[in-house]
Design a protein around this ligand. Structure first.
Ligand code: SF4
Length: 428
């Protein structure tokens, strides 16, 4: 009986890709997946270390799985917490059999030491990432594809470059191979700083390499979607190529809009520039969908900064927004800044922004009632149009009889907050 593994993934879509790569290696090493940790010979937790709440969730999950595992089952912890806290984490969690950073993850879970190449790839596994390893077929009709690892920026609140390292862009051929092998209907391109793809390889790829890459992927799959677009790199060429596709979806990583506060975050831009970019996008595609994320309570945030963000949210009328409480991260620029915002005030501001955005999201959903849209059915009864990214936006409730993994044209008959309700369905 082959050995069985249970793999738990926490954190962001980039971690989902890392887990898929680990699964590729586990399956190649002859193990079988189980969704019951008590039946597994190997339990793997792919952790997140971005902010305090994510770290707490990682530790809670590790301890819960330690309880659930059977005697003799090996417990391996990998991912960002393992990379960022290595020995410290091992000392804090003696129940864990192995803490393995990115470059040791495959060896830790397959028991294959570095140097013994995994049969499916001849090249030694490059340092600090799993990027070019194979992965199993997707269980859903879409998949995340990570096009680069690491980040060369220095946003004041962010520790990611300290443990994911500098940006390393993958070869175009390796990315397109993976897209072909996945054979899904929708590819979601991800990286820490997606629009900077290629900048770290000036001779081979260069700045702007994301544009031909999107075109190449769009020739291979019906839908290509981009997440994590840094505002200053979203230039006309990139806006155009996204607007050329069937998914004019823009995930703008803005974080704030107040100029003085953005500079304190060591980030570019301001409300006026962001509004003008949004206007440019909507001039090119009136049906473009826009999402953004904002940090609330960054050190030094004033009432005026907060009011500027509230006003921007009103004016921008984005389809989707995430608002996150600032989390002080050891080793970041912001950790040493004065002007701490009290938690109660942070929560007040978060509640005000979320209430404002919920109304906007609901009214933009309401405006779609009576229209016909093309949806990809992810599972019986659940679909998404180009306007909804997987796992982070709303969904479209469709007729459960519509075939999953297929496109259908449906009629929107109702809106329920962020979600839509559709009737009918013609394959398309
Ligand atoms: S772009 Fe900024 S927020 Fe994003 S990973 Fe890089 S440093 Fe962190």
């Amino acid at each position: 009986m082959p050995r069985r593994y249970y793999l738990e993934t926490l954190g962001c879509p980039k971690n989902d890709v890392d887990s898929a790569k680990l699964e590729g290696s586990l399956l190649t090493a002859g193990l079988e997946a189980t969704d019951d940790p008590s039946q597994a010979d190997l339990v793997v937790v792919n952790t997140c270390a971005f902010i305090e709440t994510a770290r707490q969730e990682s530790i809670d999950t590790i301890l819960a799985l330690d309880e659930l595992r059977s005697d003799g089952t090996r417990l391996v912890v990998t991912g960002c917490m393992a990379e960022r806290y290595g020995d410290e984490l091992a000392a804090a969690l003696p129940e864990v059999d192995e803490i393995a950073g990115f470059s040791d993850a495959v060896a830790a879970v397959t028991g294959r030491t570095r140097g013994s190449s995994i049969p499916v790839t001849s090249a030694p596994i490059p340092e600090l990432d799993l990027l070019n390893l194979p992965r199993p077929a997707s269980k859903v009709p879409w998949a995340y594809v990570k096009i680069a690892e690491g980040c060369d920026r220095a946003c004041g609140f962010c520790a990611i470059p300290s443990f994911r390292g500098p940006q390393r862009s993958r070869d175009v051929a390796a990315i397109l191979d993976e897209v072909d092998q996945l054979a899904v209907h929708e590819i979601v391109l991800v990286a820490q700083d997606l629009a900077s793809y290629g900048k770290d390889r000036p001779g081979e790829l260069g700045a702007g390499a994301i544009v031909p890459l999107v075109r190449d992927v769009a020739r291979r799959v019906p839908w290509v979607r981009l997440l994590y677009l840094y505002p200053s790199d979203l230039d006309d060429a990139l806006i155009d190529v996204i607007c050329e596709t069937d998914v004019p979806y823009f995930d703008l990583s803005l974080q704030h809009v107040s100029k003085p506060l953005l500079r304190r975050m060591r980030r570019p831009g301001d409300a006026a520039r962001f509004l003008s970019k949004i206007e440019t996008i909507r001039e090119r595609r009136a049906d473009a969908a826009l999402r953004s994320n904002f940090i609330v309570g960054y050190p030094g945030e004033t009432e005026a900064d907060h009011d500027a963000l509230l006003e921007f949210v009103e004016q921008a009328q984005l389809d989707w927004c995430g608002f996150f409480a600032y989390s002080r991260e050891e080793g970041t620029y912001a950790a040493a800044l004065d002007g701490t915002v009290e938690r109660t005030l942070m929560d007040e501001r978060l509640a005000e922004l979320r209430a404002c955005q919920d109304e906007i999201t609901a009214s933009r959903s309401d405006a779609l009632v009576g229209t016909r849209v093309r949806v990809l059915v992810d599972e019986p009864g659940v679909g998404r149009s180009g306007r909804e990214a997987p796992e982070i936006d709303g969904i479209i409730h469709v007729d459960p009889a519509l075939a999953p993994f297929e496109f259908h044209d449906v009629d929107i008959v109702d809106a329920l907050g962020p979600d839509l309700v559709a009737s009918g369905g013609v394959p398309s």
